[in-house]
Design a protein. Structure first.
Length: 124
């Protein structure tokens, strides 16, 4: 049993949860860290570690396949939009799609054919 590897994986999973929690809170890194009682440098250290691990994993996958994005179907979740204090620019007549690090806001009057073509470009 490689305890060092297990410990590293546990810490990475723990900090991935913290980074996700900070993102969902809508707070700045400085505000989040102050509320959580942690130093900002610790937050950024683990953010860098997770990004490096993700980059290394993507590089490994890139060597094994021709594309880093999965082929075939992709899950799309539709939600009812309501005015949000964190995203006041989004109205009920818009759809927001976030995938592969890209965020696209589309008006409800946007032609379906063009929306389909746009999403194909994003996920490829």
């Amino acid at each position: 049993m490689d305890t060092r590897k297990i410990t590293t994986e546990y810490r990475m999973a723990h900090w991935a949860g913290i980074l996700q929690e900070r993102q969902e809170s809508g707070l700045s890194v400085k505000e989040y860290c102050a509320n959580a009682g942690m130093h900002v440098n610790v937050f950024y250290y683990w953010q860098r570690k997770l990004r490096e691990a993700a980059y290394n994993k993507m590089t490994e996958m890139g060597a094994q396949t021709t594309s880093l994005t999965p082929q075939g179907f992709m899950e799309v979740k539709l939600t009812q939009l309501s005015p949000s204090p964190t995203h006041p620019e989004i109205s009920r007549s818009q759809a927001v799609v976030e995938t592969c690090g890209v965020r696209v806001t589309i008006g409800s009057d946007y032609p379906l054919e063009k929306m389909t073509a746009l999403l194909r470009v994003i996920i490829q």
